[in-house]
Design a protein around this ligand. Structure first.
Ligand code: HEM
Length: 226
């Protein structure tokens, strides 16, 4: 997943040429526009959390507030993860790099919702009861798969900074970050295993992930950059 030149501070500085001066003059405007888009994407990703805080304060979480909170946060973790995964195929389809510039932020938000989802389960649902947690994490396959999803996302979140891209080198960094597909598949599998009756919703995620992964594999088979 190559970074766009705007995000990639590791790119070598361009040599001075008169033709490039006009481009350079346009850059601050492009950067400001990018920052505004970034702020917009940040606010949009934070909105579900603000809505949850609002409903919690208003006591408007239905008959089982804990279940509502845990599920809601898990849903948003998976939604944002799938959205982050959709941005590269979207760039291939449209040729526009606009959205892909915010992929890192969306991915980090997916991780944040995942962490909050797990924290809500551990604190609100299980009450931090050690033996129950240990039992769940070692004996309930659905929970184990959820844990695997979170553990797969963690190194991606940790290495998401420009400094880490530089330290690891673009190639190794991109290779590591392909694990995001595994995290998505594990998250969706966890969802399938968690629901007791109607598996329509989790199957929609599985179908989306299959399509997105299929698009990347098709490009790879065609010898194009993925
Ligand atoms: C240690 C890791 C995890 C644990 C212990 C865990 C735990 C749970 C539990 C207990 C539920 C069922 C809630 C209920 O029905 O009351 C659930 C549902 C769910 N989890 Fe996780 N989870 C983990 C990781 C993840 C991750 C990383 C994702 C997303 C990437 C995720 C996405 C979901 C989704 C989508 C649901 C179903 C929500 C719904 O029914 O609408 N979980 N999880």
């Amino acid at each position: 997943m190559p970074l766009s030149p705007i995000m990639d501070s590791t790119a070598a500085p361009a040599r001075y040429t008169p033709a490039k001066t006009a481009t350079a003059a346009r850059r601050p405007a492009a950067r400001t526009r990018d920052r505004l888009w970034g702020a917009g994407v940040f606010v949009i990703c934070a909105l579900p959390l603000l809505a949850l805080a609002w409903w919690t304060a208003a006591g408007d979480l239905g008959v089982n507030p804990i279940e509502t909170i845990v599920r809601y946060l898990g849903d948003w973790a998976l939604r944002l993860l799938v959205l982050a995964l959709a941005l590269t195929p979207l760039r291939h389809l449209t040729g526009s790099t606009r959205w892909v510039r915010h992929r890192r932020m969306i991915g980090l938000w997916a991780f944040a919702y995942g962490v909050l989802h797990v924290a809500a389960y551990m604190v609100l649902d299980v009450g931090l009861h050690g033996p129950t947690l240990l039992d769940d994490l070692t004996k309930r396959p659905a929970i184990m798969v959820g844990m695997a999803a979170l553990l797969t996302l963690a190194p991606l979140a940790i290495t998401s900074t420009q400094g880490m891209v530089r330290r690891m080198g673009g190639r190794a960094w991109r290779r590591l970050h392909r694990l995001v597909y595994l995290a998505g598949i594990l998250g969706a599998a966890h969802y399938v295993m968690m629901v007791k009756a109607d598996i329509t919703d989790p199957m929609i995620y599985i179908a989306l992930l299959t399509m997105l992964l299929g698009a990347r594999v098709a490009r790879w088979l065609a010898g194009r950059s993925v």
